[in-house]
Design a protein around this ligand. Structure first.
Ligand SMILES: Nc1ncnc2c1ncn2[C@@H]1O[C@H](COP(=O)(O)OP(=O)(O)OP(=O)(O)O)[C@@H](O)[C@H]1O
Ligand SMILES: [Mg+2]
Length: 313
């Protein structure tokens, strides 16, 4: 356990009579990426807030960087950085001024501070925007600036609450590569996300949070082994065709109501061509054809038997 950057056991939190965290146990080894995966309202932000001393738990214990969050909050805060779900950027200040503000708050010397600001602006590709007010930044730029601000104090453990939600694919990839670089430098990352793909891309370990409980924990591969994999979905115009196709592909699963057939596949061009050729050979034609990679919904369905529930607000 001495190698744990974050260790929580039996974490509980309720707001009024609503139980939000219902006994969370987790352990994040130093220098790794841990991803907490869950839909809206699962309790991700609450978990981050408790682990980062922003919210007090009702029960259980948490050690971060070897310190107890309840009794040694100050020592914990000195070791961590938190990039919240909603950017903590000051809209009226420029990117450069926002970073300078963090430098001042961290008590960095003027000379080191100046170097830090310049380095971070370059690293996050914000040099051109540095002198413009943050209110003019795009969502992706704002998230990058927010993370850059978190890095000013050089924290060894970083909490990122949905760092890529709302970002376009390119900005998402940029964020991923920044996160990978941080881990390469030995930083520990605790990341929440709603995207299975993101957790799969980044995390050493994933925990799936469902209504305040961890319903699964493991490496991405372990998790994927428990969930249905990539498959092809074919839709036919009648039951006769569906049944004929079902006989052609032994591992397939028909849905008679939707007239669809689910065929396991790696989704590669070779196997897709073979599949289509085989349909053709038997004069079957699908009305619709799609390749489906597993997402959070598939994981939830497999692990909990229910879909991700959008919270009634
Ligand atoms: N301060 C609060 N007072 C009352 N209820 C709260 C409070 N903070 C969170 N909750 C409730 O706790 C539950 C979990 O919220 P939380 O913000 O942790 O979810 P989340 O997984 O981060 O969701 P999202 O993906 O939407 O950010 C929700 O039902 C929410 O309404
Ligand atoms: Mg949240």
């Amino acid at each position: 356990m001495s190698n744990s950057a974050i260790a929580a056991s039996g974490l509980r939190k309720a707001y009024g009579d609503k139980v939000v965290l219902d006994g969370i146990d987790l352990d994040v080894p130093a220098g790794t990426i841990f991803s907490l995966l869950g839909p809206n309202g699962a309790g991700k932000t609450t978990t981050v807030n408790v682990l980062s001393t922003l919210t007090k738990a009702d029960g259980g214990s948490v050690r971060v960087a070897g310190h107890d969050v309840a009794t040694e909050a100050k020592a914990v805060r000195a070791a961590i950085g938190v990039t919240g779900q909603f950017a903590a950027v000051d809209e009226l200040l420029t990117g450069q001024e926002n970073l300078q503000l963090m430098v001042d708050l961290n008590g960095v010397s003027a000379e080191d501070g100046k170097r830090t600001v310049t380095e971070l602006l370059e690293r996050f590709d914000l040099v051109e925007a540095a002198k413009k007010p943050a209110s003019t930044y795009s969502g992706g730029m704002r998230r990058k600036l927010d993370l850059a601000m978190t890095l000013v104090g050089n924290p060894r453990i970083i909490f990122l609450d949905e760092p890529t939600t709302g970002l376009d694919p390119r900005s998402r990839r940029t964020m991923w590569s920044i996160i990978r670089d941080l881990v390469a430098d030995g930083v520990t990352i605790f990341l929440t996300t709603q995207y299975l793909e993101e957790a799969d891309q980044l995390a050493d370990r994933i925990a799936v949070l469902d209504q305040g409980r961890l319903v699964a924990q493991g490496t991405p591969d372990e998790l994927k082994r428990q969930t249905p994999g990539t498959h092809v979905r074919l839709r036919f115009t009648d039951v006769a065709q569906l049944d004929a196709a079902t006989r052609l592909f032994p591992d397939s699963t028909p849905d008679h109501e939707a007239l669809t057939l689910r065929v396991p596949s790696d989704g590669g061009t070779k196997s897709l061509r073979a599949l289509l050729d085989r349909l053709d050979e038997y004069s079957l034609s699908a009305e619709e054809f799609s390749v489906h990679t597993p997402d959070l919904d598939d994981v939830f369905l497999a692990l909990t038997g229910h879909a991700t529930e959008v919270e009634a607000k």
